[in-house]
Design a protein around this ligand. Structure first.
Ligand SMILES: Cc1ncc(COP(=O)(O)O)c(C=O)c1O
Length: 360
């Protein structure tokens, strides 16, 4: 018998969430962002489930090649472009669309001997200060790409720093408009937050990621209120029960002390499965879990293969009871917030050792 932990991937939720993105940005084409193994959901299965998208965006060249070799003929955008000249052989062979974000990439692209021109996306740094050209570089870079003869089309993109937060997108949007004034080409700007909140940023293509997986990009708006459905459910079972007397402690370091008689369930899920070790398990600050359909919380430190939960108010729960760590019945966003992180990190961190099952 394998350990009872498993991740269920609900394909209909992926499709449903893509439909929500479509409804918000009906005039735009959609790249489903499937980087990081589709945010932990499995690249090929996710791409298959999201076959109504107009293309896929990711950053690992090997993942892009896997997608092509699996038969997808759709546009594939490489969000970080190329890392070395040899990457352009793959770009050429597999007809990938690289983002080009600095002058070195542009020089590589100029020198490439492609069998036929490919679509490229010039990435501008309008304020995130991660990747992208500065305003003063944009026009000469554009001209170099045009003159290279290697670009089938030159399109324009940027990425927002705070589409989900208080700063919003106005400043970056204004900078983008100023820097690209009069330059022909398609435009892509919007991540999930901008898809949901800023129609002015929808442009030709949108790039939703997290919303497709059923999580909210916002801290002040739940996925459910946005109509999103969780695609990944991480579930396990109680494998042992402990009765604690007041003053007894739980887990490594004894960080949780029972102040009353307690029933503790030991769950087959730990940080080696991708559950965050820093998820708190104290009386006053803990992390939600659902056991036998009832909401409770973690107690003590998360260890490599196990974590503990309070069963005191769930007398019907015992060995074999189902435990939902996140997903259907317990939003990953809530678990992430308790653990001081974001759902993106939980989903991407799902460990390879966790068996995955597809459900319709
Ligand atoms: C360039 C780019 N576009 C789009 C996305 C998708 O963002 P989100 O998952 O917030 O929708 C990302 C993710 O980080 C990204 O790096």
């Amino acid at each position: 018998m394998p350990r009872p932990i498993r991740a269920s991937l609900r394909l209909s939720a992926l499709r449903h969430n893509l439909g929500i993105a479509r409804r918000h940005a009906p005039e735009s084409r959609i790249w489903a962002v499937v980087k990081a193994n589709a945010y932990g959901h499995g690249l090929l299965r996710t791409a298959r489930a999201l076959s109504d998208a107009d293309g896929y965006a990711l950053l690992d060249l090997n993942e892009a090649v896997r997608l092509r070799e699996a038969g997808s003929a759709k546009s594939i955008l490489l969000l970080e472009g190329i890392f070395q000249p040899a990457d352009l052989e793959q770009v050429d062979r597999y007809r990938l669309a690289p983002a080009l974000h600095d002058l070195e990439q542009i020089a590589m692209f100029e020198r490439a001997r492609l069998s036929a021109p490919v679509a490229v996306w010039l990435k501008l740094n309008t304020g995130l200060n991660r990747l992208g050209l500065a305003g003063a570089q944009v026009r000469s870079a554009y001209e170099r790409l045009r003159a290279s003869g290697n670009a089938a089309s030159i399109s324009l993109m940027t990425h927002f720093a705070d589409a989900d937060g208080a700063a919003g997108i106005a400043e970056q949007l204004a900078r983008f408009a100023e820097w690209t004034k009069g330059l022909p080409g398609e435009v892509t700007l919007a991540n999930s937050a901008a898809v949901l909140r800023y129609p002015a940023a929808h442009a030709d293509w949108v790039r939703p990621g997290i919303m497709l997986y059923g999580c909210s990009p916002f801290t002040d708006q739940s996925a459910d209120s946005l109509g999103l459905r969780p695609a990944m459910t991480l579930a396990s079972e109680v494998i042992a029960v402990q009765e604690l007397k007041p003053g007894e402690r739980v887990g490594y370091g004894g960080t949780f002390e029972a102040s009353r008689p307690m029933r503790i369930g030991v769950v087959a899920c730990g940080y080696a499965d991708g559950y965050p070790r820093h998820a708190p398990g104290f009386n006053e600050r803990n992390t939600p879990v659902v056991v036998a359909g009832e909401r409770t919380h973690t107690v003590g430190r998360v260890s490599m293969d196990m974590l503990c939960v309070d069963l005191s108010a769930i007398p019907q729960a015992g060995v074999g009871s189902t435990v939902i760590l996140w997903g259907e019945g317990l939003p990953a966003d809530e678990v992430a917030a308790s653990a001081g992180t974001v759902s993106y990190e939980l989903l991407c961190a799902l460990a390879a050792r966790v068996p995955q099952v597809e459900v319709e």
